[in-house]
Ligand binder design. Sequence first.
Ligand code: NAD
Length: 457
Amino acid sequence: MIAPEQILEQQRAFFASGKTKDISFRIKQLETLRKLLQVNEKALIEAVHQDFKKPPFETYGTEIGLVLSELSFAIKNVESWAKPQSVSSSLVNFPSKNYMLTEPYGNALIISPWNYPVMLALLPLVGALAAGNTAVIKPSELTPNTSAVLEELIRSHFETELVSVIEGGVEESQLLLSLPFNYIFFTGSTRVGKIIMKAAAENLTPVTLELGGKSPCIVDASANLEISAKRIVWGKFVNAGQTCVAPDYLMVERGIKEEFTGYLEQAITQLYGEDPEQSPDYPRVINRDHFDRLSTLIDPEKVITGGQTNAESNYIAPTIMTDITWDDPVMQDEIFGPILPVLEYQSVDDCIQTINSYPRPLALYLFCSDAQIEQKVLNEVSFGGGAVNDTIAQLGNHHLSFGGVGASGFGSYHGKASFDSFSHKKSVMKKPFWPDIPVRYAPYDDLKLNLVKKVLK
Ligand code: NAD
């Protein structure tokens, strides 16, 4: 096994050769990644299934398929994204040509979590390669089967000097963080995000932090309750609730709670049957630690559906709890599992005020048919991104950038935003030798000062 320092050394030398700056080279690498995914779809699906029984449909639909579609988009557009962008001149610099060049940062480090172990390792790689960087990926130690397959596939399809996977946990991650990479792209918890940013500060390395948080989902009385319930149940319980942008908790307008929770229960049965433990379409919680953490959040007195657990297989049923207050354990941190607490609000103003008194969430969902309420919520609440009348489906559009704000992170990616994240914008002004306007040169006088005042105001 090659030491991480040596891998970075090789990647530095390769980047310095200038090969990654050639657009046709980048397209070739993106095509290689596409082929890797197409040919090894089955191996990846099996590995993720071994890690937490994620159904093949979900691994394709929410991981492999998303990366493939992002790859096709990047392959089609990278040439135009990389073109110099002309901008206007300013009066003080007349005459001149002005433009922005994009250049790759150089050697990128991608640290990814376990919950979408294929997608969250490879989607940033698409941006890194499209922008002309080399990359080291450190996938999660909590999905060892997937991480091992990723390592093997990347090693057999790419030169180490261009892309390499380094498996391991905290220790390996911290070693990598101590090395002088030119860009760090981190996806994971807010707690570890702070550690990443501190380490990056040592080398003044720019970072993107894709973090988590408690994402609210508001249900206004004007919404189509039956369809809303179905879309919420889907977005909450896909991946067994272990989705960074899953609706963490529901804020339901007072007066519709009974009817709405009835539709939620109905939707759970429609999707996973009477006994979700028997459903091949319902994954398990990732490990015993998370199972224990989640189990303690379930208050049997407040469960209206679900609540069953099986420690042997880390199974937790899709669970809905009502009569929840902000003091309940389930409301203290991001849940990141199949438990959906339901809170009520009196007016939309109260609801907005409550949400705004907590850290800014990664996602927000609003179910409503009232345009005024929609405008009010979108204007008055700060959140990373979200959807009106759906959950998590916004991720399927390359034209929408994806990222957090405040405690849920900063920087963004997907589509062109990925290319931009991994590129430095180099601004250039080009002047002719003639004319050489004398106003800026000393000795200064009042006439020059007045002229400058006329131009710079
Ligand atoms: P995590 O922060 O524990 O781990 C993420 C990565 O960081 C892993 O590769 C891990 O090995 C590494 N790591 C862990 N501790 C470290 C340390 N002390 N020093 C250096 N590296 C360390 O996150 P997780 O449990 O794998 O994932 C769940 C979290 O990720 C949730 O909070 C979720 O909301 C968030 N998440 C965010 C997004 C997003 O796109 N914004 C996507 C998925 C998950």
